[in-house]
Write a protein that binds this ligand. Sequence first.
Ligand code: TYD
Ligand code: MG
Length: 461
Amino acid sequence: MAKTRTQFLCNHCGSVHAKWLGKCPDCGTWDSLEPYTPPTPDARSARVAGAVNPDGDVTAGGEALPIAQIEEAKTPRMPTGIGEFDRVLGGGIVPGSAVLVGGEPGIGKSTLLLQVAQSMADKGELVLYVTSEESARQVAMRAKRLGAKSDRLLVLSETNTERIIHQIGKHQPAVVIVDSIQMIYKPSLPAAPGSVTQLRDCCMDLVYLAKTGGAAVIFVGHVTKAGTLAGPKVIEHIVDTVAYFEGDRFHAHRIVRCIKNRFGGTQEVGLFEMTGGGLKEVTDPGNLFVEQYGPAGQPSGSVITAAMQGSRVLLVEVQALTASSVIGAAKRKTSGVSSDRVAMIIAVLEKRAELRLAADDVFVNIAGGVKTIEPAVDLAIALAIASAHSNRPLPSGTMVLGELGLGGEVRSVPHLETRLREASRLGVAHAIVPSFGAHMPALKGMALMQVRRLGQALADL
Ligand code: TYD
Ligand code: MG
């Protein structure tokens, strides 16, 4: 039997080291390493992998097969009844799967999951809602506000994982919600609750239970704005599906984005609005994220574009502002788009369109707390900056699409037709689009201006 050596695990980033150090070499946090005994390959993992049987007979167990002979697993799904959440999960919860829902504190995780719990209980599924942060009474109070009162929705206020597992065994629920994973612990482990060791071990036990017992588990995890706290990140690989809340609690709208899904596509988003009666689904986002300016029209620096959010098109408003800055210390601040991308766009504007921005602070924001990483919004960002710089607005109701190349060329974007159709439906009358390769649909009431180079798009400004 191999000797097990104690290793040291960083409480902050989850990395494992052979010896104790005052500062974690991976994340640079001081005093974060604690002794850690790696789990031995016990009967549990052997059973999961189905590889070697306990008496060491390697001829028994799993057998490699040609891929065509392997039967496809049929994944039955339990729709939660909350359409936008089902969309994120790819049609519903898969029995026996583990889902992680993360987000900043106060963004609405508990609200959403209580609504999911209620909706599933209404459909006749037995749901166990484990609250490790609030008392059962607090949950009941919130549930009352949300109109949840089904007999099939059980609430357990508990932080001890072993007792949670006991309750799961006793009631055999179809869905278990653990809100939140940061607060549960196993008394048999020496580490503190919320540490990486506790988090990993507790989650592994619950996921194992899900895989063998058939109950689906939904974990709730807090992330901070910087996303660095030891938390959801370290269990992302243990679970099947990961969805994060986007936006911030100062806006009414919430976006739930799927970033990993073993049972369906990722990048699908769910849209919600926080109301007095909980989270309300937004099924037709339309131009929700575009400010409706009055007859005065759009101000300078504001450009409308169409961003893809999963399979849906969202009209969003890119806002830019330039202001004179201290020479040599120009700031570039962004929210909702990558600052690296904006730095590149500024460089292209300087070099290919002779816009002088070196002495200006540049701020770029996507209104409404929406985030996008699509290069398809490059041209809209460039025009917003140019418009802010010249203090001249674009013609009212103009939408801009296109990726910007380093040479100042405007490149085509994926799903151009889908984006244009949606914009046309919402009454966009004029669009600046790339002219490369794309087949242009004829759209009623929409005038298209096809551009090849950044200079052409800037002609009006
Ligand atoms: P919560 O779901 O507790 O956030 P999390 O679990 O992510 O920390 O609550 C989010 C916020 O939503 C909270 O500040 C209160 C507010 N809220 C409403 O506006 N309407 C409601 O019906 C509920 C239940 C909460
Ligand atoms: Mg909560």
